[in-house]
Ligand binder design. Sequence first.
Ligand code: CO8
Length: 258
Amino acid sequence: MVEYETILVEQRGRVGWITLNRPQALNALNGTVSEEVADAASGFDADDGIGAIVVTGSEKAFAAGADIKEMESKTAEEMIATDHFGAWTRFAAVRTPVIAAVSGYALGGGCELAMMCDIILAADTAVFGQPEVNLGVIPGMGGTQRLIRAVGYYKAAELILSGRRVKADEAERIGLVSRMVPASDLLDEATRLAETIASKSLPSVYAAKATLDAAMETSLADGLAVEKREFAALFDTADQKEGMAAFREKRPPRFQHR
Ligand code: CO8
């Protein structure tokens, strides 16, 4: 396993774990973090021995945002010229399902990183928000677009325009998180969920994620066309034959992930 400077990376069974590890900066996302997270996620994605990825932080902070100290002195020209978003685009494009296991602060880029994941599990201590207006900027890692898709225009507008933070229970109520769990259970729940997903047929999980992604980006008609294509393509996989045979024979399937 590659050694990284700002993250810890570990494979447990068929699950890849990425733990943000800049405790001195509450896991603020600097350029090194984004490159390392994207690199680790792409590595897991290329490995068919991995069926799910979990991204997590510390008890106090999932991530307190992009690194303000790194950005502070930049000019607009520098921000445009540098591809700050390339690594996050690579991360968001992995085919493997990604679970964000969020405890503590998920602010600014931290909230946006969680929203790049497919499932957000939140500890009851989690706090979400897009506080960029307090810094004289706006969300810049997808927040203005993904938050609306998650919670609808009026909630997203309130949170982005005011910078108000929401606690885990409100985040669950408005649909920003998939499920809230007691803080002491967060990592166990993430493990259980990731192992469940990783036990399914990998081609069907890839297809399900691709189809869900399409729903975020296209019209209903185009999305349904993607679904039709992905659904049909699975009938050439060994796992579809195995899954349906197992149903008929009243036994659990033995997926080969192909
Ligand atoms: N960037 C850099 N350092 C940070 C950040 C951050 N986002 N957040 C915390 N830290 C550092 C603090 O400076 C402090 O370091 P030091 O001890 O050297 O002073 C250390 O982490 C601990 O933080 P605090 O002492 O502030 O801890 P508290 O428990 O008192 O407060 C908070 C915790 C409430 C989370 C507070 O730290 C805070 O408000 N942080 C900033 C939150 C924020 O505004 N986030 C949004 C950042 S902007 C953004 O994310 C834009 C995304 C788009 C980027 C596009 C690509 C470039």
